[in-house]
Design a protein around this ligand. Sequence first.
Ligand SMILES: Nc1nc2c(c(=O)[nH]1)N[C@H]1C(S)=C(S)[C@@H](COP(=O)(O)O)O[C@H]1N2
Ligand SMILES: [Mo]
Length: 199
Amino acid sequence: MAIVSRGFTGKRRGNESRTPPGQYLTQDFPVLSAGPTPQVNTDRWEFSIVTEMGEKHHWSWQEMRALPTDKPTVDIHCVTTWSKLDTRWRGVPLDTLLDGIDTAATHVMAHGYDGYTTNLPLDELRHGKAWLAYEYDGKPLHPEHGGPARLLVPNLYFWKSAKWVSKLTLLVRDEPGFWEQNGYHDYGDPWQEQRYQGD
Ligand SMILES: Nc1nc2c(c(=O)[nH]1)N[C@H]1C(S)=C(S)[C@@H](COP(=O)(O)O)O[C@H]1N2
Ligand SMILES: [Mo]
């Protein structure tokens, strides 16, 4: 027979159980970039989603900022083994951006203004699990952390959260991005410890 204590189930999980295997908790916010920080001006900023049929949906900075936002507080996990709990963001849910786009895609390639690419399962961008984030801790997202706007997909290792994101291309089959071509995992679930290809 199951014994359920109301007080216990109502509590936030402890830090221990919020730390995926092989990760340690950090209080600071390390910067990890493959190259220099690109200067992305919001006057010329554009975000686009291109379907497998080549249909392009795009938003200017003003158009994106006019969309309804969420303020998610989430835990983030970097494959270099740091995790950070309760990070506070503001952004547009990917559900809103994908809404009404006709696609049979299963995967996505995210592109950054720095030329970075990373592949993700499309399902991980839906159902309230991903954002186009432009504020961190109540302030405009710092350029080093991907400002003016980055992808935020906290359920996957943080290399999937493309900084300075410019475009998502919708794919009918999975293709490896930058780190994935260099041996990192195509899915990247920190709870399954999917760090490298074959994990
Ligand atoms: N465009 C772009 N996005 C990127 C990267 C990058 O080099 N370029 N690095 C990735 C990696 S490996 C990680 S761990 C996180 C780091 O984000 P942070 O610098 O805000 O901590 O961004 C990811 N997104
Ligand atoms: Mo990373």
